[in-house]
Design a protein around this ligand. Sequence first.
Ligand code: ADP
Ligand code: ZN
Length: 744
Amino acid sequence: MSELEPASAPAYVQVALNLPLRREFTYALPAGSTVRPGNRVRVNFHGRALGGVVTAVTTTSELPPNKIKSIESVLDDELLLPPSLLELARRMAATYGCSLGEALDAMLPAVAKRRGQRQLPHVELKAPYDLAKQAVLELEEKHQEQSRVLRTVLEFGGPMPIGDLKRRTGTSDSPWQTLCKNGVLKKVMIAEELEELVPAAEEAAVRHALNPHQQQAVDAVATRVAAREHRTFLLHGVTGSGKTEVYLRILEAVRATGRSAIVLVPEISLTPQTVGRFASRFPDTAVLHSGLTDAERGRQWQRLLQGKARIAIGARSALFAPVQDLGLIVVDEEHESSFKQDSTPRYHAREMAIVRGELERAVVVLGSATPTLESIGKARRGIYELLTLPQRAGAGRLPKIVVQDLRNEPKEARRSGVVLSRTLLVMMEERLKARDQVLLFLNRRGFAPVLLCPGCGEAIKCDACSVSMTWHARQSRLVCHWCCHEKRRPEICPVCQHAGMHELGVGTERLEQAVKERFPDAITARMDADTMAERGAHERVLGSFRKKHIDVLIGTQMIAKGLDFPDVTLVGVVSADTGLFVPDYRAAERTFQLLQQVAGRAGRGEKAGTVVIQTFCPDNYAVQAAAKSDYESFVQQELVFRKVTGYPPFARLLRVLAEARQESEAQQLLLAAVKPLRELKDVEVLGPAPAVIARVKEQWRWHMLVKCFTQASFAAAMAAIGTVEDLATRSCRVTLDVDPSSLM
Ligand code: ADP
Ligand code: ZN
């Protein structure tokens, strides 16, 4: 279009909608309104009012004018999505097989999507507290979901956002609505709070003199930043080697050029401690993470958009922070599987960070003590530049690691269920006497993972899923960890009527009980999804632990990452085996990574640290390599295994999951879908077969795993599978997962 044409020329816009439809829709722009690509508009789509994103503005359209509806309104005055983010969304849609609208939707914070609406629906207690408590019990029998919802509101102890409530209880709208109808709860609209995530005050800004390895790493990255070149670095540094200090110095270099940066950390390590280390050095830091209310997140988004904040730190979705003039993206703990989103769009933030870096000519730094095989492979092939920090920085030394073979424990100790080996008990006693602190790690919450009938050997299973239910003793109920469904503990076995069920296995709750019995004078605390449900609980426990009001901290993976407490001199891994037998080709890799991360929590200060790894498989190579902190030997052995079995990094994976109420329907759908795939070169298909968890929420699950051995065959496989909306039927849901992080 020439610049001389009148501005009033009829204009059309292409709009991407958050629907699984792989196309954009044409709408007319009313005279007088102006929009740019990246603006949000409201449109009428088959009678529904939907928000969408403008992806293009044109003066002509091939459609007959009488077929084109006008947009209803323009939603934002300012541009929420700069062109680079629009392009990133296009790349994301192409890579992960979702629609452009779905990709764009994932980028915008919720508050931007409902502009102007500053009120958030909550529910709060209407009935008197005692009556409500009574109602929890009464409803338990016949209206379990209502009971669960009500109990959760009571535990929360104040008006609770409805979205959070549904997420936590795994329920739909109907239970809370019924409770409102019956006068137990009431819905209230509450203006969203505008508080900020305040970093811990004690995170003083110590600026260490760099050691030579750190200096080298900083220099290498800073050179590229100064040259405004895109480059991806892999910073491989053992735990405590000062990676964070390196990030901080690189950030200084970026800020010195006036550019902005994004720092991605796993959700779990986004603590005030972590935030504090960045925010204390850079006051123009904005924090983005899922623990914030929508309003808080929206405010941070605004600060970035307006250039008032220049550094965004957050979990996965902070990748989409609308920073001005991006110079650097840091992905800390690049091996973490939480960087992969497990709902549509199923993107991997690390991979998309590299794409964004390319698009905006920014440097990307991936950091880890245990890089994934994919990343270390790319570094060795020169696709990434490798930077290494082989030693702990400062005073800390790598801990001494003891592998404790549980097969040698006396039978009585094993029979009691809780296995704290003699070695670990003796050390705990010693450390507690010295007023040091102990971490006990067990990646399983609840009291016992299985409630088993000793008569017939049957475990109590969820009615809706094909998994056994976990016994939670404190709340005195069985819980399905897949769908949140709950049951009372049966007095007699529902299958064979045998009296008395047996609690099999150990969860964090049982472990805590055992520690309390054994060390009655020690103060213990537990960190897992059950104890951390309340807002702020995380910070509270970590704060007490820091002040040494807690002697023994017991927890799941929540305590495995990032914690830096100088007085922790003993770390016990209660069972190294929980993840080893998971049917996933990454079982060994994840075990190795987890053991290294947990071990990294010991001996971070002046005092030496010891780690005890308890296992029934002391000869397993992942356990062995972790015990010697020998990343290289692990990688060598694991690569051999991957090569032989044809898994990443030697193949790219695609998983197709079909879910239906009728098992045969899911099966048939995949049997049809697999046919064109079988014709392809350099492609191998495993399945279709029932998924490991064959049924969830009353849906039968079948899946197939497509291994693609070349980039070309990957593209061919994506094309052969087609789109999810074409595959799915009214009664069978289909999920396409590129580079899946879960195979269950
Ligand atoms: P990582 O992120 O690699 O686990 P951190 O950045 O948390 O390591 O550093 C570990 C500890 O070492 C921290 O307490 C940090 O303050 C300290 N540290 C980092 N760099 C140095 C240095 N050059 N000299 C002294 N101490 C350092
Ligand atoms: Zn279930």
